[in-house]
Design a binder for this molecule. Structure first.
Ligand SMILES: *[C@@H]1O[C@H](CO)[C@@H](O)[C@H](O)[C@H]1NC(C)=O
Ligand SMILES: *[C@@H]1O[C@H](CO)[C@@H](O)[C@H](O)[C@H]1NC(C)=O
Ligand SMILES: *[C@@H]1O[C@H](CO)[C@@H](O)[C@H](O)[C@H]1NC(C)=O
Ligand SMILES: *[C@@H]1O[C@H](CO)[C@@H](O)[C@H](O)[C@H]1NC(C)=O
Length: 385
């Protein structure tokens, strides 16, 4: 064999190897594209399976293939088990603490609302009353109305009825006056709440409010708000069953905007006397009020959205923006103008509240400071509202 022949063979082998190498590299490269990366969802899936099996098998056994690479599997399992056990202990001791400190006063809150005079037969109000009445005895109910039919309906559910003595913009009651009247009449309650007449609650309201009362200094002003969930065509059955109500809120519900505020809850330390005579059921008072409380009064507002289900009974026939359609829709805006108040409505969105409630992993409720704020929440240097 000549040396040139040998060189040729050597080059030929080199070529084959190179081609093989490229093919192999190409293959692995191709595989990399199809390779499913490990994402948080997969990790959680694996951890959930591990917990569901109550610790049986190795942690990596439960992980999807893409997430099964551990650097120190035994250590991680140990760390995870310890964290889980600690949480169970914490939940146990929290349960004991909550039972010991359990809220003993009753009633907890007086909820009040008002009905526009043209809607006396509205089944929505019937639903609302029945729903609120189901939260007795912690919840007391007051309805502001001058209408005889509404009075009879309210009384049939054990609600107290008060006439609308102070009103504006076509018979809409003055918010502050309602608070003051209710506080005077029922001075043994911890909290007082105005709620729009189409909002349904579950016991999550009572649970959240009890926690607030236990945690907060009730000699200082307290102001609570929350967002509502719009649910179309809530039926009678759904109204009357908390579990069903939670279910339809999940299935058909839509969390409504942070600018819509359908309930306000305060304690008796809140100085309603300093609030101007805005009326409910007309535009602009809600965001102004919350912005005023945060920026001018410098009182912390607590957002209950995470822990209170507030279902808005949405009907095709308006419901959502009733305030816009009324001929006196701008009553509150005219009042602001007259009083030289220049509201910055964005400062009063629910998402601007400084504190919020949340459900802990122990299935109880905590209150915490809000961490991040929408930029428009910022109070101006000079507050004209
Ligand atoms: C309200 O509901 C009750 C049943 O709980 C019913 O008997 C009554 O007729 C209803 N009233 C109105 C005004 O719709
Ligand atoms: C309700 O009735 C009272 C008298 O009892 C009256 O002074 C008040 O103006 C009425 N309210 C409305 C909204 O019509
Ligand atoms: C809601 O009820 C109205 C009648 O009350 C009906 O016309 C409409 O189709 C219903 N919508 C849904 C989504 O069920
Ligand atoms: C309401 O509940 C009753 C019995 O609980 C049931 O017979 C009826 O079909 C339900 N109605 C609707 C509209 O779901």
């Amino acid at each position: 064999m000549s040396s040139t022949n040998l060189t040729f063979r050597f080059i030929a082998i080199l070529c084959v190897l190179t081609v093989l190498n490229m093919m192999f590299f190409g293959l692995t490269w191709h595989k990399k594209i199809n390779y499913h990366p490990c994402v948080v969802d997969n990790v959680i899936e694996g951890v959930v399976r591990y917990i569901q099996n109550n610790g049986a098998h190795r942690l990596e056994h439960h992980m999807p293939e893409s997430c099964a690479r551990f650097d120190n599997a035994e250590n991680m399992k140990e760390t995870f088990n310890t964290a889980l056990k600690n949480l169970l202990d914490i939940c146990e001791s929290r349960k004991i603490k909550i039972n010991q400190a359990s809220y003993k006063h009753s009633p907890l809150i007086t909820l009040f609302t008002s009905w526009s005079p043209d809607s006396s037969k509205d089944p929505i109000h019937n639903n609302t009353l029945r729903n609120w009445a189901s939260l007795q005895p912690e919840v007391k109910i007051v309805v502001f109305t001058n209408n005889t039919e509404d009075t009879n309906l309210a009384k049939s559910y054990g609600a107290h009825v008060m006439p609308i003595l102070r009103h504006g913009g076509g018979g809409a009651p003055v918010l502050k006056w309602m608070f003051q009247s209710v506080m005077k009449q029922f001075n043994n309650c911890q909290l007082y709440g105005y709620v729009n007449s189409d909002i349904l609650f579950t016991p999550s309201l009572v649970k959240s409010l009890k926690k607030v009362v236990l945690d907060k200094d009730m000699t200082k002003p307290l102001f609570l708000v929350g967002r509502r969930i719009n649910v179309l065509n809530v039926s009678r059955n759904e109204t009357d069953n908390y579990h069903l109500l939670e279910k339809v809120a999940k299935q058909r519900g839509e969390l409504f905007g942070a600018n819509a505020e359908d309930f306000f809850i305060t304690n008796s330390a809140f100085p309603w006397s300093s609030i101007v005579d805005v009326v409910v059921g007309r535009l602009a008072y809600d965001n102004w009020l919350v912005g005023h409380v945060i920026c001018k009064m410098k009182i912390d507002v607590i957002d209950l959205t995470n822990t209170v289900l507030a279902v808005h009974q949405t009907t095709k026939k308006g419901g959502n923006f009733e305030g816009f359609k009324n001929k006196d829709a701008h009553f509150n805006n005219a009042l602001f103008k007259q009083l030289k108040i220049i509201p910055i409505f964005e400062t009063g969105f629910t998402i601007c509240s400084q504190e919020l409630t949340y459900n802990t992993l122990c299935e109880d409720i905590e209150i915490t400071k809000r961490e991040t704020f929408w930029e428009k929440c910022k109070c101006p240097a000079t507050v004209l509202f």
